[in-house]
Ligand binder design. Structure first.
Ligand code: CO
Length: 288
């Protein structure tokens, strides 16, 4: 739970992540290189004095989350792609996590999915205050998504955040039936609804390009652990060929994230803000 002087660092990391999210949303246009957009997002975070808290996620269409481009990704966005721009920044472990969804080329086929998550994130945030049951937030999100005639993704959740811990232990589900727990003053929470026109659940797809250390490594990977700690990272960020080779040799020390794909083949939209729980409500840290 952040203490006073600390809170400014959380706010600064959040503002930087929100600006990077908006930059990403502007860059996702027909013909844009997926890798170039991810790199531009991550560079904008570094240029402002923070570090990416995880690789820029640019999951498309039926992909719900955890797609980041590989070092040699040459895919380009096409009109009609439904892209989740999910970004995070951290300053010495104070993390913000935020996302928006863009329909590339303004083809307007998925406006209802995008509106569903925008309204759901607002509805969820409107319930936040110290002492609120998590279930009340989940119910507000679930209802807002159903109101648009689509389904919440039942097995993806918002989450509490702590220093260097992106998913700190408490989940905020997007449907009822989550943890029997209340939010506490000073907690940092990501409210993160996903909506779909598919089955309403995700499953593990192919392994992607996001990894994290399972524990603290010794030897040649120790310097990389000093840099990334327990936060997710990607091979695109490891420029030095010797270190890249060491990473491949020791891949058992890494957890590789699968891309999450919608079980029924539906398209998925996402909206996300990081908020601070206050006695009377939520301070939305990732709002510009
Ligand atoms: Co999140």
């Amino acid at each position: 739970m952040p203490v006073d002087g600390d809170l400014d660092l959380w706010r600064r990391a959040a503002r930087i992540s929100a600006e990077a999210r908006e930059l990403g949303a502007r860059l996702v246009v027909p013909g844009a290189s997926r890798r170039a957009v991810a790199e531009a997002i991550e560079e904008s975070i570094r240029a402002r004095g923070a570090e990416p808290a995880f690789p820029a996620n640019l999951s498309r269409n039926q992909e719900a989350a955890h797609y980041t481009p590989s070092p040699d990704d040459d895919a380009r966005f096409v009109a009609g792609d439904l892209v989740k721009v999910d970004v995070g920044a951290h300053i010495d472990g104070r993390i913000a996590d935020t996302a928006t969804t863009v329909e590339v080329g303004a083809t307007h086929r998925y406006d209802h999915l995008i509106r569903a998550v925008q309204e759901a994130v607002r509805a969820g945030i409107s319930r936040v205050h110290a002492g609120v049951p998590v279930e009340e937030i989940s119910a507000a999100i679930e209802e807002a998504i159903h109101r648009r005639g689509v389904k919440p993704v039942a097995n993806l959740t918002g989450h509490t955040i702590e220093r260097y811990l992106l998913h700190a232990g408490t989940s905020i589900p997007n449907v009822r039936g989550g943890p029997d727990r209340t939010l506490q003053e000073g907690e940092i929470v990501a409210i993160e609804p996903f909506a779909t026109n598919g089955a309403g659940a995700i499953e593990n797809g192919p392994f992607g390009h996001i990894v994290r250390f399972r524990g603290a490594p010794t030897g040649e990977l120790a310097p990389l652990f000093q840099r990334f700690r327990t936060l997710p990272f990607t091979a695109r960020w490891v420029d030095d060929p010797a270190t890249a080779a060491a990473l491949r040799r020791h891949r058992r020390q890494l957890q590789t994230y699968p891309v999450f794909v919608e079980s029924g083949g539906g398209y998925v939209a996402q909206a996300e803000h990081t908020v601070l729980v206050t006695p009377t409500g939520a301070e939305v840290l990732t709002e510009l």
